[in-house]
Write a protein that binds this ligand. Structure first.
Ligand code: ACO
Length: 381
């Protein structure tokens, strides 16, 4: 047993077969069910993309219309669940609130048997539909505001914005939010997706499965880099300061990491960063271009000359924080928005896991004592 090789972080160890998404890091390619994410972000909607991820193919007009309808019917949350959320501490992190409320949501809709495909589909719809409501409800209640009821005439992204701010988004803001949801909806076997598959493999409920994934996404090594990018851009302050700032950082710490740059898989510019930037330009044409965005562009340019040959280029987080902030979204909601999007990917993997399930039960290499004696309490020093 003790000579078993451990692969830290299971890096490069396949843990499941999956047909949901594919990353080709050398060629800046991310595809959901074979369709490039750039195409989806430009031409699709979050709802259509969710269907694609879940079902494997694009929906027909009829299927999409029904899907819209079914989701809208499940956006509202129970009065008692709102009361639960109302009692969360205002200072609590919205990701913790989301994890707790997803678990609580499941108590209102108990799933007794995950081999029942109709019940699983109902839970899938409910989770996708109500995650924005849960995030928005906590955000409003912590600020002393009443939650806003879902807007029946708005799509998923537009309704999310509506429930957060009690106003409808402009078409370009709606589009950029929708595209952000599409871009974050799925990303192969990352930590939170694996977490969902592990929990799902025990035949636990879909609500527990998603609550587990939310908890995994909450960690700063997974969901939180975009917040750090904003702090970094604040620290740099001006376009003129980019060069002196980076030179000073590198002089002080040769291995200094620029936040929002580099990726384990992408060795070119993350395709999601490219699309996000394009869409951000649209939004910024409606309002003044944020100073932070100008700083980010300058930083990207300067970094290209320094790190480009190492394959370190902007990842999705380099621009997403700037975009969210320009939409008026508070920093601590960035990761919950990520979860609102990623739930579609998590659920697709959960369904896939159940199709051919075997409980995850890996091995360990024991490094503890052997044959230790039990010393009675009174005889211990
Ligand atoms: N800035 C400067 N140099 C970098 C950066 C960076 N952000 N990222 C990697 N490098 C350099 C490393 O110093 C290393 O150089 P060396 O070969 O001279 O030692 C080389 O590029 C390879 O880097 P690794 O750390 O081996 O790359 P790894 O794949 O392990 O790390 C990671 C990827 C963690 C994303 C890293 O690039 C990083 O810390 N980036 C900043 C944080 C960040 O933006 N995280 C979000 C990732 S995207 C997401 O999770 C949604």
């Amino acid at each position: 047993m003790s000579q078993m090789e451990i692969i830290p972080g299971l890096a490069d160890v396949p843990v499941a077969k999956s047909a949901v998404s594919l990353i080709d890091g050398k060629n800046a390619r991310l595809a959901y069910r074979g369709i490039s994410v750039e195409t989806l972000a430009r031409d699709s909607s979050f709802e259509e993309t969710s269907w694609l991820l879940l079902k494997g193919d694009l929906p027909t007009q009829r299927q999409l219309a029904d899907f819209h309808h079914e989701l809208r019917q499940r956006r509202k949350i129970k009065y008692k669940l709102k009361e639960v959320i109302k009692n969360f501490p205002e200072q609590g992190h919205p990701m913790d609130a989301l994890q707790a409320s997803v678990a609580a949501l499941g108590m209102f809709y108990p799933v007794r048997d995950v081999t029942n495909s109709a019940a699983n589909w109902d839970a899938t719809l409910r989770l996708i539909a109500s995650m924005p409501t849960l995030v928005a409800a906590f955000h409003r209640l912590r600020n002393g505001d009443e939650p806003v009821d879902p807007h029946p005439d708005l799509d998923h992204a537009g309704n999310f914005y509506w429930m957060l701010f009690e106003r409808e988004p402009s078409p370009s803001i709606r589009k950029v939010l929708d595209a952000c949801l599409i871009l974050h909806a799925e990303h192969t076997m990352n930590a939170s997706t694996f977490s969902a598959r592990v929990t799902g493999s025990t035949l636990s409920t879909p609500y527990n499965t998603i609550a587990a994934a939310v908890g995994t996404l909450a960690g700063p090594l997974h969901g939180g880099a975009n917040e750090e990018v904003l702090a970094m851009l604040d620290e740099i302050g001006t376009v003129e300061n980019v060069k002196p700032w980076l030179d000073a950082k590198r002089a002080a710490t040769p291995s200094f990491k620029v936040m929002g740059m580099g990726h384990r898989v992408y060795k070119v510019k993350d395709p999601r960063a490219t699309v996000l930037q394009e869409l951000a330009e649209h939004v910024f044409s409606e309002m003044s271009r944020p100073k932070k965005y100008e700083v980010a562009i300058e930083l990207e340019k300067y970094c290209a000359g320094i790190y480009g040959t190492k394959g370190v280029w902007p990842n999705v987080d380099f621009f997403s924080g700037v975009v969210y902030q320009s939409l008026g979204i508070p920093t601590d909601l960035f990761t919950p928005i990520f979860a609102v999007a990623r739930v579609a990917g998590w659920l697709s993997h959960w369904h896939e896991q159940l199709e051919n399930n075997r409980i995850f039960r890996p091995e360990q290499v024991y490094t503890g004592k052997e044959n230790a004696s039990y010393v009675p309490l009174e005889k211990r020093p």
